[in-house]
Each structure stands twice: as C-alpha cells, then as structure tokens.
Design a protein around this ligand. Sequence first.
Ligand SMILES: *Cc1c(COP(=O)(O)O)cnc(C)c1O
Length: 466
Amino acid sequence: MNWSERSRQAVWHPCTQMKQHEQLPPRAIVSAEGPWLVDDAGHRILDAVSSWWVNLFGHGFAPIREAITDQLGRVDHIMLAGLTHPPVVELSERLGQLTGLGHAFYASDGASATEISLKMSAHSWRNRGQAGKHRFIGLEGGYHGETAGALSVTDIPLFREAYAPLLRLSATLPSPDPRRAAPGVSAEQHLQHCIDALAAHLAEHAQEIAAIILEPLVQGAAGMAMHDPAYLVAVRRLCDQHQVHWIADEIAVGFGRTGTLFAHQQAIGPDGVAVKPDFICLSKGLTGGVMPLSAVLTTDAVYQAFWDDRTVHGFLHSHSYTGNPLACRAALAVLDTFAARDAQGRDVLARNREAAAHFHALTEPLRRHPRVKAHRHIGMVWAWDIDTTEPTFAQRYHRAALDAGLLLRPIGHTLYVMPPYVLSPDDQRFLADGLLSVLDAVLAEVDALPAHTAASGAIAATAPMA
Ligand SMILES: *Cc1c(COP(=O)(O)O)cnc(C)c1O
C-alpha cells in the first residue's frame, strides 16, 4: 500500500467525508520548499492556499527553522502554570506593542482562542457583578472554529447542523458583505442596514450580551466575503455605547493578509486613529504556519476584572501546551521577518503590495471571464464567484487543479487564492494561467453534465471544501 492508501486506513481526515476519498484519495506530500509541495510520485504542486491559510513565508523558511532548532537546544516544552520562559515573555511583550492590547493568553489552535475569548468576556462581566451578560452575537456567514463554543457563534450550516442540539443559541446578525444586499439595495444602504440591525439588537438585548465576535474585513469560510472597514468603526462605537465587548477574530486575516499587519487596523475611527477591539484572537499565520499556536490579547480593563484575592475570580482555563517555547520562537521569527527591511528599504507589507499589484494584473482575464459573476480582492486574498449551479464544482475544481499542479480548494462556487507571500513572478504566472485554464476545463465538464444528476453521482454534493 502507498502512503495515500495507508492514510485512508489509519487517518480520519479533517473536514472530509471519508467515503469521497474512494474517488479522490488524499495526496501524500513528502517534501515542501517555499510555496511548492512535492508528492510521493514526484509531482510539484503550488500551494496557492497557504496550507489552509497558515503559511506566510513558504515551507522550510530558514529563520523559523533556525529559531525552532535553537530553542530545541535550550528548553523544548515546560508548563506555563507557575513557570515562565523567555520566548513566551518576549512574544507577549511584542504582540502587546503591535496591537495595543496585552495580557496574552495562549492555546494551540484557533478554535481554542475563540473559546478563550468567549469565556474571558462572559467571566469578566460576571466578576464585575453582571452575570447576566453571557450571550454572544455573531454575523451571518461568520466562522470561528469547530469546538462546541466556537460553533455556537459560527454561521456555516454545513458545519453546524449535525451539532445544533449541542450548541448554545447566539444571535446571528446581518453581515456587511455587500453581496448580501437585497435586490435594489446599494452597498452603502446595505452597510447602514447592518449597522442599524446591530444598534437595534444591542438597544434591546445589551444587558444579556457579553460580546460580539466577527472576522474583520474578510469572512474567510463564508467564501472570502469582504466588507467595508466602516462597519468596524460602527461596531466599536455601538459596543462602547452599550457596554458590550468586541472580539476581533484575526485568526485568518492577521499577519498582513489584508495589507495591514492586522485587519482591524484599517478601520479608522472619528478621531483619526485605528479602532481597537477588546479582544484579538490570533493563530494560523502567527507561527508562519509551522507550529500550532494561538493567542488571545485583551485590554487592561478585562484583565483587571479578574484581579482578585478569590481564586475563582481568576481565569482558570488551561491547555497542556499553553505557550509552547518552540511555537513562541517560531512566532518571534515571524515578527522579526515583518520588522525587517530589505536592501531597497521595503518591509514584508511593502513587498506584498508590489507582488499583489503584479498578480492582480495577471488575473485580469479571470475578472473579465464571462462566467465570473463577482470578484474581490484585498491585500493577499483574491476571490471570484463562478456562475454555475453545479454542486460538485468545488471538488471537481480541486481535483483538476491538483492535476494541473495547483493546490486550490474553492468554497462552494467561490474560487479563491490566499497565497504565501513568497510567490516569484514565474509562480504568479503559473498560478494565474492555471486558475483560468482549470476554470475553463471544469466549466466544460460540468456544463456537459445532464442537469441534476450530480447530486446522486460518485462525488457527494454538499461539502463546500472550506
Ligand atoms: C481557521 C479559523 C478558525 C479556527 O482555527 P483552527 O486552528 O482551525 O481551530 C477560527 N476563526 C477563523 C476566522 C478561522 O479562519
């Protein structure tokens, strides 16, 4: 048996109906360098989704590798209750300087960061004598992870439905994604409608609401839905007005993905200064996609709500691998990389702006494609909505892209690219050409299908391939 077959016997793969692996077995990747993966048959595959949105600087990035190796010779892992270590201290100080929020609390994955922020918010209100404030608001299409608490504020029916009885009810308010505007309603009107809906909900329910959680600027799992930063300015104002916390889930959009180090920094308040959330959740790019690590940052006010002689007023949450030193060193190498400038005086964000302009020009034929209904772009994220009703589009595209040497996983009918920040001009050209030729090939394939046979066909119909 090869690696792929052995994997199907032994490994239960995430976000996967395992039966579908009969048609489309998992690819076994045996090496990776920069944005390129190499499978066990020697095929090279360009990783155009940053290995599920985590990888920033390509695979095998030397500064991260060296940092981890160095740390391995010092301290591999120690518990963080009652002990501390230099990497976690330094990382916390630097995240605090970069965000203006401190008191970094660590876990190992994004969903756990969501859980921590929800628990911390509700518990802080309780400690302040407002135990009734324990409900949460999420947005339509919002995604915050798949543990039970995180799913409670997630609005992706496919991920939620089977677990609905396990979940706590949260309010789901309209998303400022302009594509959700009612017919005849402009983007500006839709934005105002969403702000009004939040204002009305808070006016009625603020006394029972701990926090609103949202993904600033890009709702990733909803299909790279993008919105105006003005919405975030309104969220900040309304949360202040009604004494509700704002949790910014920057797990996917943090670390330069939208063009600024953190996405919420693009929302400039009336005082001319970027708005600040009460909590920021970070993961994914935090370690450049090399080590599992997440962090929740919060305000002095929240921290002070736990500062007490009574143990039960403390935040007693914990994970065994909290603040893992190797992961913290990887994150410090990422922060060093963002802080550095090249010989031309450009930092990562400046180089990304140039690379994005170049790639944007290369994708012009895709934007003009007759079957592309809507396209959007911010920073290092591109998305195109494809005009097809074929439910197997995403899986067919994924398979055809792999055969063309590209790792791409459309979400429903949305084709998107979230590349690592290290594509060469040749890589960009290869990706842009492949996006288009695979699209034409897959559309020809699905257009030739007899209507509605696919749902009962070999590939099950529903999975959106998030
Ligand atoms: C990926 C993601 C999560 C969950 O992170 P995991 O590490 O997969 O648990 C939460 N929120 C957003 C916005 C994400 O993209």
